[in-house]
Ligand binder design. Structure first.
Ligand SMILES: Nc1nc2c(ncn2[C@@H]2O[C@H](COP(=O)(O)OP(=O)(O)OP(=O)(O)O)[C@@H](O)[C@H]2O)c(=O)[nH]1
Length: 205
């Protein structure tokens, strides 16, 4: 199997994603846009299809308004967080925090910066916790809190409106392919009643 195929397969099984880039490596920063696009492209439409069938079973006899309400409550957009690493080696040529933050906003994902070498255990743990919380907020949303939204994911990221993220993102994706080094995944959390398995975390660096 081609390396890129392996990579994309891993994106397919993820339920939540952490995209890592080295703040001192512009190439890894450039790669972020492509990875975000792949997540949106491979993941969201499939999940929506899955949810659509589930929801259709529930609302078979309901009227149109009720159908809309249930669908709105059920759409799933995988939480993604952008993580800049190597902050202990920041220098004048590093990707500025502001630039990276703007990129995260543009790509509709969360953002943080860490040093795997020097950050505290809590600082390293935080993005994992946020991601897991975001995942839970979507898949275990209580019926009486229908307006609960993902932290850092804008209303406009509703995949029914923009199946493959923003036009700007699509435009950028047509320019150059960039480099993908590798991706690895791990399991997070306890059982996931939503799919009958544990949620999967995709970590992309
Ligand atoms: N100083 C410092 N070193 C780091 C940090 N994060 C990772 N490293 C080191 O950077 C090297 C590459 O880390 P990896 O986690 O393998 O990152 P990667 O993007 O997969 O790297 P490549 O396989 O080289 O593409 C390793 O030697 C790590 O120990 C960091 O925040 N600060």
């Amino acid at each position: 199997m081609e390396k890129s195929e392996l990579y994309e397969n891993k994106i397919r099984w993820g339920d939540a994603f952490m995209i890592l880039f080295d703040i001192n490596d512009p190439k890894s920063f450039d790669e972020v846009t492509r990875i975000r696009y792949l997540i949106s492209h491979y993941h969201t439409p499939q999940r929506l299809e899955y949810l659509k069938h589930k929801v259709m079973d529930k609302i078979r006899n309901a009227n149109e308004d009720r159908e809309k309400q249930v669908k709105t409550d059920q759409w799933f957009n995988p939480p993604v967080i952008l993580v800049g690493t190597h902050t202990d080696r920041r220098n004048k040529d590093s990707i500025p925090t502001k630039t990276a933050k703007e990129k995260a906003q543009e790509l509709e994902c969360g953002f943080t910066e860490i040093s795997n070498k020097e950050s505290s255990h809590d600082d390293i743990r935080q993005p994992f916790c946020n991601l897991y919380r975001s995942y839970r907020a979507q898949t275990h949303r209580p019926r009486n809190q229908k307006d609960t939204k993902l932290i850092n994911v804008k209303e406009s990221s509703d995949p029914r409106v923009k199946p493959h993220a923003s036009p700007e993102l699509n435009r950028r994706m047509t320019r150059g392919s960039g480099r993908v080094d590798r991706m690895f995944g791990s399991r997070l959390g306890r059982g996931d009643p939503h799919r009958g398995k544990s949620p999967s975390l995709g970590v992309v660096s």
